[in-house]
Design a protein around this ligand. Structure first.
Ligand SMILES: Cc1cc2nc3c(=O)[nH]c(=O)nc-3n(C[C@H](O)[C@H](O)[C@H](O)COP(=O)(O)OP(=O)(O)OC[C@H]3O[C@@H](n4cnc5c(N)ncnc54)[C@H](O)[C@@H]3O)c2cc1C
Length: 420
């Protein structure tokens, strides 16, 4: 069996990419490891999805349904309960191996691959919290799944480490389910979540946020259940400050300490990595340095808004389709895109002047909170475009779209935010 495009993952990203590639006339197969489409949206039963794309406020499952219905309408081939275990580059495309209870281990060839595998949560091991190893310490995303999909209440007295969006959403969710949420500790002097989530999930319910604080001790009871934690304020080098200890009697500690793009499937391919996004480098067509390998959604960069995931993945689907049609063998004419000193990262990492795609959607995050700033895009020390942006924070991804005609194919393109 050979397909023109295989999409790996059926969350917001995979759905949008598959729909747009199919609408371009491609023969598409989507492979999803869970038993339903929708990905992480299925467990996000709060509202706040879709304001940009649909101009309506949906819950996660409602937002997913809009795309799933469109997916079905387009008669796109798909497999559920099927996990892709290997992606290998072959002469005229890729060999994909997947495993499912129905079919066993199978291989299928394709001209192009779109990676939409989402991201995974950092766990306790990645930050080394001193103390016991009791049960009751779990990631916020796992707790969300237990509560919203499986119907299990994960604890009564809860503390949350990390103020990313999942932590904030879970603080409110646990409170509404009757738990006593004693606080959220954040290592950084600012929250890593959307401003609207701090207001709607913490402030509205008087849940305290301890900025520049971290958990420095975890204590178990005799049954090996979490009994208490200690949090401490940290200095500018993130070292705990003596004398600032606060003790909380809790049975549950939820960890919301970061998301990492899931690109483990690419281990056997020689893909150029980006250590800042913890994913891979792409050009404006969402294509990696491996010809025919495209990536989008949270597996490319962790997004705060699903609307941006859908729009980005829709473009990736079109670009993958253009690639299949042209099967381009011409050498790439890449110009680097460089993040200036006030940006954490910028995507795409390259602009390919031999690509069919003339539109460049630059997406970036700032390193710090800036009340008033000027985005400056320059090449060869000449300003190409500037735009005033008020109130930027690392938690909120910003973007600007420009046409390739604004640039030439010789020097690096540099983006930065100037503080005003
Ligand atoms: C708690 C939380 C709250 C959020 N709140 C909001 C909000 O209020 N508003 C908003 O706009 N956005 C919100 N977001 C962001 C948004 O929901 C996500 O960015 C978006 O849904 C991610 O889509 P994705 O397709 O990239 O990833 P996912 O939804 O994670 O999809 C990836 C899919 O790939 C599948 N997969 C992975 N590996 C394989 C494999 N090897 N083989 C086959 N399948 C595989 C997975 O099973 C999964 O279905 C929130 C996110 C979270 C986690």
């Amino acid at each position: 069996m050979k397909k023109e495009i295989i999409v790996i993952g059926g969350g917001a990203s995979g759905l949008a990419a598959a729909i747009s590639a199919k609408k371009e006339g491609r023969d598409v197969l989507l492979i999803e490891k869970e038993d339903r489409l929708g990905g992480i949206l299925n467990q996000c039963i709060h509202n706040g999805f879709g304001l940009q794309v649909f101009k309506e406020e949906y819950t996660g499952p409602e937002y997913a349904d809009r795309y799933i219905n469109e997916f079905y309408k387009n008669n796109i081939e798909y497999l559920l309960d099927a996990t892709v275990t290997d992606v290998i580059k072959i002469k005229d495309g890729f060999e994909i191996t997947f495993s499912s209870r129905k079919t066993g281990i199978k291989k299928v060839n394709t001209n192009a691959v779109i990676m939409s595998t989402g991201c995974y949560e950092r766990t306790r091991g990645s930050i080394i919290i001193p103390g016991d190893r009791p049960y009751g310490v779990i990631t916020a995303g796992s707790a969300q799944r237990y509560l919203n999909i499986d119907g299990y209440m994960v604890g009564k007295n809860v503390f949350i480490l990390g103020s990313g969006d999942i932590g904030l959403i879970m603080a409110r969710r646990m409170h509404l389910e009757g738990a006593n949420v004693l606080g959220v500790a954040e290592l950084m002097p600012y929250s890593n979540g959307l401003t609207r989530n701090i207001v709607q999930c913490l402030n509205d319910f008087d849940i305290p946020l301890f900025l520049s604080h971290t958990v420095t001790q975890v204590n178990a009871n005799k049954n090996q259940r979490l009994e208490s934690i200690i949090i401490q304020q940290v200095d500018e080098k993130y070292n705990p400050i003596e004398g600032t200890e606060k003790n909380f009697k809790v049975d549950t500690l939820l960890l919301s300490i970061g998301l990492i793009p899931d690109i483990t499937l690419l281990d056997n391919l020689n893909v150029e990595k980006d250590y800042k996004t913890k994913s891979v480098k792409i050009n404006q067509s969402y294509q990696t340095n491996v010809s025919g390998l495209f990536i989008c959604g949270n597996s490319l960069q962790v997004h705060d808004l699903v609307d941006n995931v859908s729009l980005e993945s829709e473009r990736a689907g079109v670009c993958a389709s253009q690639y299949v049609l042209s099967q381009t063998t011409k050498a790439n004419k890449n110009v680097r895109v460089v993040a200036g000193k006030n940006l954490l990262f910028v995507t795409p990492h390259y602009v390919d002047f031999s690509s069919e795609s003339s539109k460049i959607v630059f997406q970036f995050r700032s390193k710090m909170k800036i009340e008033k700033s000027m985005l400056k895009i320059s090449q060869d020390n000449k300003l190409v475009k500037n735009k005033r942006i008020n109130f930027v924070v690392p938690a909120e991804m910003e973007s600007i779209t420009l046409n390739i005609e604004n640039f030439d194919s010789s020097n690096d393109i540099v983006l930065d935010l100037e503080v005003l």
